[in-house]
Design a protein around this ligand. Structure first.
Ligand SMILES: Cc1cc2nc3c(=O)[nH]c(=O)nc-3n(C[C@H](O)[C@H](O)[C@H](O)COP(=O)(O)OP(=O)(O)OC[C@H]3O[C@@H](n4cnc5c(N)ncnc54)[C@H](O)[C@@H]3O)c2cc1C
Length: 391
């Protein structure tokens, strides 16, 4: 079996793998390989809807997301390639009175951080978001000037830069083993080759739990399916992106191309890997979205797909060197926010790998916080509950 020596071996050719390879190469040239089971972007990176959202539900995430937003805002310039970053704005729309306490908490937290919000109640909500006219009456909405990118543009911008830096991307190749000796990682093994490296990064998205297990590390990361549909294009009819949590979580917005992307989650979605799109989602999404925005009934759905979120019990990412195996780095646990957070996280992780000092901003997302509590379950259900549990 052939064996080559690298400085860093990255498992997973999604946004996390590409962005980290880019940030490491930007700091100094080194020999990096990205090993991807299928093709670049085959995981969540080509299955998302590209929202870059700062209105998070807990202070650590909101603080972090604010910095991640700033990174995105200048990324087209930095990568010399248009990521299609634009700022349509992001509205959390609330339908139940019992959500008001939650909204007040988020507003206070965001204001304390210097984040401006627009806030409307009663009829004013529909005046501000006319697409909701004729649907269920919202109680309130909280709006931030958040952004959206196009995932393919973002992925390809990074891919071009890493290839220019000489990073090796090996596609259609699954990492089958992680090698270690005396408590330190030695590299990874595929069907016909071994890649020796003192640093191995687990950037495997929804498969990150499996890759951790290859390294002998138990983690609570669990994939959960999330589905989306997209309609035909039409003239611009809405700007602000919309998300709601009652009676179940859902979202929709119009893209720069004029399509409408829509998703509504199943509160009883079984945990585990599943990337099959289902007719049930189509029906659920149509029912829920049309009950809130009946004018959308004029649109025809042209495509649907599914991907997974890599979930953690506290909804925070898992980032940094694993305490159980020297040189093994976790870059996963996206909880559905990878597109928004990964570019900034990659910059911080590259700094950590280079300097051996953890950037302060990553303390909250310590990859070892579940050591000894690996069985902590990921509990789905009411969206707000997970944040109450973790705060
Ligand atoms: C419907 C949907 C909507 C979303 N919307 C948003 C959004 O609006 N905003 C946002 O911020 N996030 C969103 N997300 C989440 C976002 O897609 C992910 O956070 C992001 O793509 C994670 O990127 P990643 O590189 O960590 O993982 P991935 O893109 O999944 O990449 C991991 C890669 O690892 C590879 N791999 C796995 N195991 C192995 C192995 N053993 N050997 C080699 N390769 C392996 C996989 O093939 C995969 O390509 C959404 C997700 C979905 C499903």
């Amino acid at each position: 079996m052939t064996s080559d020596q690298y400085d860093v071996a990255i498992v997973g050719g999604g946004l996390a793998g590409l962005a980290l390879a880019y940030e490491l190469s930007k700091r100094r040239r080194r020999k990096i390989v990205i090993i991807e089971r299928k093709h670049v972007g085959a995981g969540g990176t080509s299955r998302n809807i590209g929202r870059v959202r700062t209105s998070q539900f807990s202070e650590p995430l909101a603080r972090y997301a604010k910095r991640a937003f700033a990174k995105h805002a200048q990324l087209s310039t930095e990568l010399s390639s248009n990521t299609l970053f634009w700022t349509p704005g992001y509205a959390l729309v609330f339908y139940d009175e019992d959500e008001v306490e939650t909204i007040d908490g988020i507003r206070k937290m965001l204001h304390a951080m210097g984040q401006k919000t627009e806030y409307y109640t009663g009829r004013k909500v529909v005046e501000r978001l006319p697409i909701l006219d004729g649907g269920a009456q919202p109680v309130a909405t909280l709006i931030r000037p958040d952004a959206c990118i196009h995932h393919d543009s973002l992925q390809n911008a990074y891919k071009r830069r890493v290839l220019a830096y000489g990073v090796e991307i090996v596609e259609n190749t699954e990492v089958e083993a992680v090698e270690s000796q005396n408590g330190a990682v030695q590299g990874v093994v595929t069907q016909d080759r071994s890649y020796r490296s003192p640093i191995v990064v687990n950037a495997a998205g929804g498969w990150s739990g499996d890759v951790s297990r290859l390294a002998g590390i138990q983690v609570p990361n669990t994939p959960v399916r999330r589905e989306a549909i997209v309609t035909e294009s039409c003239q611009p009819y809405m700007d602000t992106m919309i998300t709601f949590y009652r009676p179940i979580e859902g979202w929709f917005h119009q893209t720069l191309r004029g399509e409408t992307v829509i998703g509504v989650t199943d509160p009883n979605e079984p945990l585990g890997m599943n990337t099959s799109a289902s007719p049930l989602h189509l029906r659920r999404a149509a029912e829920q979205i049309l009950s809130k925005a009946p004018k959308l009934s004029a649109l025809r759905v042209v495509r649907q797909w599914a991907g997974v979120y890599d979930m953690t019990p506290d909804r925070k990412p898992m980032l940094g060197f694993a305490s159980q195996l020297k040189g093994f780095v976790q870059f996963n646990g996206d909880n559905g926010r990878g597109i928004a957070l990964i570019p900034y996280t990659a910059e911080l992780l590259a700094e950590w790998i280079d300097t051996d000092r953890r950037p302060e901003a990553l303390t909250e997302f310590d990859a070892n916080r579940y050591v000894g509590k690996e069985d902590t379950p990921v509990v789905l259900g009411d969206y707000y509950a997970a944040y109450r549990r973790s705060s």
